[in-house]
Structures are given as structure tokens and as C-alpha cells.
Design a protein around this ligand. Structure first.
Ligand code: FAD
Length: 428
């Protein structure tokens, strides 16, 4: 069977490796000149940066996906002291340590019990992260029906019951701030993050997160996957294949790693009007703005420093050796963020080598409406994820963060595995 994969982000690479392992003839059509998508590498002035991701919070999920594909997990370094710190303009700083007792000393005595209860829920709900579009029957099959009320709650409701003080809650829900969500709109499983950090660790792949894309690319290539770079797919013709401008490429099945909403709204010719309209209303996450810098540190810097409040709701400095990135989620006011003094603590000199605004991300990575995938909200969680197997076009499958409850690279890898498995199952 001939399979065309649109895009070589983590989802596309994982799907291609999975389908090729089953003996199919797979070609990846990638608009850029390299693999990895948002989780690829960026070169500037002799330095290599990760384009987007900076932390791996779901090692179990990534391990599951790579094991399913038979791909060895690249070496990962654990953040074994301070995982991240959060500061506010009034000078308060909260640190989340790898060690739970040290973290509890900063956050309060109810912290260990909160982490234990979230770890229990996480274990109960883990199978839902590894199936396509779980529903109440899936919960029942895995003996997790009792978790349904938890899943219907907002993150705000779960955190309120933790007994932690407001700033501790803000620090623990930092990823929700990054996504530009309110705690009321965010889904309850975001409360699993502290349990993941203390039970499974927070990790950074050695050589950067692009190491994961490299491992998947090598696996795909070794299974005969062909890569055509500089090939921006302009249309999916249901039942026939894809188009790149005037060129029609016949394929028996198509896997799209382009944004899922964009796949239906911009690429597929057969999308029903109502589906198009419903998808258009889904909230999307901006990649924000990012300054890639060469720095001269004057002291040992924490790897991740978040700042809340002041001129922007949230921003983060990611520092490693002589490289640093200042990331401003949901905004393109990078110059104003760079002018703030807080992130220069412990840095003697910083030179911006490259920067990216949402528009630049959009044009460089063929993003739908200059956005990453759909933001998982509490209500979207109730409605269900976008399906790996398209209900609207036979032979179309989707891989990437939209089909999973979040943007994490582990989720994208799992999504690629599930898209591949759906396709293989249909063709058997
Ligand atoms: C600033 C930033 C920070 C992040 N931090 C983290 C983090 O700390 N931890 C974490 O786990 N995740 C993080 N993420 C999220 C993570 O990087 C992404 O969700 C993930 O990499 C998306 O993978 P994907 O498979 O959905 O596809 P993408 O990365 O979007 O890749 C899609 C690929 O398809 C190609 N493509 C698209 N359309 C076409 C077309 N029409 N024709 C041909 N090719 C096409 C693109 O060029 C691209 O290579 C971050 C993202 C950003 C931007």
C-alpha cells in the first residue's frame, strides 16, 4: 500500500515509522528542509537550539510510544535539583525541586498528600492516554469509571481542594499559564504534572529535544520511508492522494501531521460544511514569540525560570551553557519582554541571534492560523479529541498534537503510533 505522510513533526515521523514497520510503502512530504517540526533544531551563529520544546514531563508516555515502534529512547538527562522556578514582580520566588520534601518546604505541608492523590489518579487514567478517542466505555473497560467525575472538573476545582496557597497553585499550574488558559477552562489532568515530576522525573534529552526527532527519523529511514523535503502539500484529494501545486500524487492512504483543524479546513476537499464550521471554532494555542540568544552567565543558572505578572501574564527563560531562549507565550511583543530586567539576573551578556514571532512560526512551519494545535480545554475534553481515523474521508488519518489531550511531544509520538495502528487495522 502507498502511504503519503504530510509533515515530519514528531507525529508524522512516528506514524511513518509505524506504518513502514508493517511493510507499507511510505513517503513523507515535508515543506521544510529538515525533520522534527516544532520539535526540531534551529541553528544560529554556530549554536544549536531547540526550536520549541524545553522539557519532557511525560517520560512514561514517550517510552510507551517508542517501545511500541521498537525505537530505542535517546539518552535523557534528569533535572535532579531545581526543575523550575517561578518569580513575581514583588520578588517572591517559588522553586519546584525534583525532591518532593524540599518542594513541600516551599509550598506547604499539604503538598505531599496532593501529589499522592494525583499520582493515584494518573495511574488510573494512564490507559486513556494510549487509546484513540477514549469514552465512558473505555473508562469502564479499564476499571476507571470512578474517575469520570474527576475528568469533568476544571483544573481550578482540583487545585482549590489541594489546600495550597494561591502562589503555590500558580507555580504548579505554570503550564496552563503558558497555554494562555485560565484554570477554570483548563482540564483537571493538568494537575498530574507535579506527580509526574516527582514520580517519573522531568527530563531533557541529551543534545536537545530534537534528539527525539532524530531517533524517529533514523527508525523511519531504516524501514524504507522516503523523504521529500521542500514539498508543501496544498490539497488532500479524498480517496486519491495529495496535491503539491499542480502535481497530483496518488496514494492509497494519507496521514496528515499538519494541524488537524487546518487539515479539514484548508487541505481536504471533502470536508462537510458543518465539520468545517465546528472545527473553526476550536481554540488554538499560539507558539508565542521566542528570542534565541548567546549568553555569558555570571553564575550557575536554573534551567527554567518562569515569570508571572507585571507587563505580561507569563514568560520563561530557558538557559543551558552559552545558549538561552526567552519565550513569550501568546504574544509578539518580544522587544518589550527583552527589555525587562528580571531574566538578566546571573547573565553578564546576552546577544539575540534570532527571533520568532507567531507569524514567523506560522510561515516557517506551515501552521494553520499561525497556531499550534487545539488547546485542550475542560469542555473539549468532554466532547472528545479529534479522531486519528477521519470520519469524513476514507483513507485519511491524523497524527499530531490535536488528536491528543495536549501539545507535549510524548503525546504527538503516541498520536503517531495510534494513527499508524488505525491505518494498519483498516487495511488488514
Ligand atoms: C515555544 C514552544 C515551546 C514548547 N515547549 C514544549 C515542551 O517544553 N515540552 C513539550 O513536550 N512540548 C513543547 N512544545 C510543543 C511541541 O513542540 C509540539 O506540540 C510538537 O512538537 C508538535 O508536533 P506535531 O507532530 O503535532 O507537528 P509539528 O511540530 O507541527 O510538525 C508538523 C510538520 O509538518 C510540516 N507541514 C505542515 N504542513 C505541511 C504541508 N501542508 N505540507 C508539507 N509539510 C507540512 C511542518 O513543516 C512540520 O515539519 C512547545 C512548542 C513551542 C512552539
Amino acid at each position: 500500500m502507498r502511504v503519503a505522510v504530510i509533515g515530519s513533526g514528531i507525529g508524522g515521523l512516528a506514524a511513518a515509522a509505524g506504518v513502514a514497520a508493517a511493510g507499507h510503502d511510505v513517503t513523507i512530504y515535508e515543506a521544510r528542509t529538515d525533520c522534527g517540526g516544532l520539535a526540531g533544531a534551529v541553528e544560529a551563529d554556530g549554536l544549536t537550539f531547540d526550536a520549541g520544546p524545553y522539557i519532557l514531563l511525560d517520560r512514561p508516555g514517550l517510552e510507551w510510544a517508542l517501545a511500541r515502534l521498537g525505537v530505542p529512547i535517546p539518552p535523557l538527562d534528569r533535572l535532579d535539583d531545581v526543575v523550575y522556578e517561578v518569580s513575581w514582580p514583588d520578588a517572591e520566588t517559588v522553586r519546584i525541586h525534583a525532591d518532593i520534601d524540599r518542594t513541600a518546604r516551599e509550598l506547604g505541608p499539604s503538598y505531599p498528600a496532593f501529589v499522592a492523590s494525583m499520582a493515584k489518579r494518573y495511574r488510573q487514567l494512564t490507559p486513556m492516554l494510549r487509546v484513540s478517542r477514549p469514552n465512558l466505555f473505555t473508562l469502564a473497560r479499564h476499571g476507571a469509571l470512578g474517575a469520570a467525575p474527576f475528568l469533568l472538573q476544571s483544573l481550578a476545582a482540583v487545585m482549590k481542594r489541594s489546600g495550597l496557597r494561591p502562589r503555590a497553585i500558580e507555580a504548579l499550574t505554570i503550564w496552563t499559564h503558558i497555554a494562555g488558559q485560565s484554570l477554570d477552562a483548563a482540564p483537571s489532568p493538568m494537575a498530574f504534572v507535579p506527580a509526574l515530576i516527582h514520580e517519573h522525573g522531568a527530563w531533557v534529552p541529551r543534545g536537545g529535544t530534537s534528539a527525539i526527532a532524530r531517533a524517529l527519523r533514523a527508525a523511519a529511514a531504516s524501514r524504507g520511508v522516503r523523504f521529500r523535503f521542500g514539498a508543501r502539500v496544498t490539497a488532500i484529494v479524498a480517496g486519491r492522494g495529495i496535491r503539491i501545486g499542480d502535481e497530483m500524487i496518488e496514494a492509497d492512504a494519507v496521514i496528515s501531521n499538519h494541524n488537524a483543524v487546518g487539515t479539514y479546513v484548508d487541505l481536504l476537499d471533502a470536508t462537510p460544511r458543518r465539520t468545517r464550521e465546528r472545527l473553526r471554532r476550536l481554540p488554538l494555542q499560539s507558539p508565542g514569540s521566542c528570542a534565541y540568544m548567546r549568553i555569558t552567565p555570571s553564575t550557575t543558572l536554573p534551567y527554567l525560570r518562569f515569570r508571572l505578572g507585571g507587563d505580561f501574564p507569563c514568560r520563561v527563560l530557558v538557559a543551558r551553557g552559552e545558549t538561552a531562549r526567552l519565550i513569550l507565550p501568546n504574544s509578539d511583543s518580544l522587544d518589550a519582554a527583552l527589555a525587562e530586567p528580571w531574566w538578566r539576573d546571573g547573565i553578564e551578556r546576552a546577544d539575540v541571534l534570532l527571533h520568532r514571532t507567531p507569524r514567523q512560526w506560522g510561515s516557517e512551519y506551515t501552521l494553520y492560523r499561525d497556531s499550534m494545535n487545539v488547546v485542550m480545554t475542560k469542555s473539549q475534553m468532554r466532547r472528545g479529541r479529534i479522531a486519528h481515523r477521519s470520519p469524513d474521508a476514507r483513507g485519511l488519518y491524523l497524527a499530531g498534537s490535536s488528536t491528543h489531550p495536549g501539545q507535549w511531544i510524548s503525546f504527538c509520538a503516541i498520536s503517531g503510533v495510534l494513527a499508524a495502528e488505525a491505518l494498519i487495522e483498516d487495511r488488514c
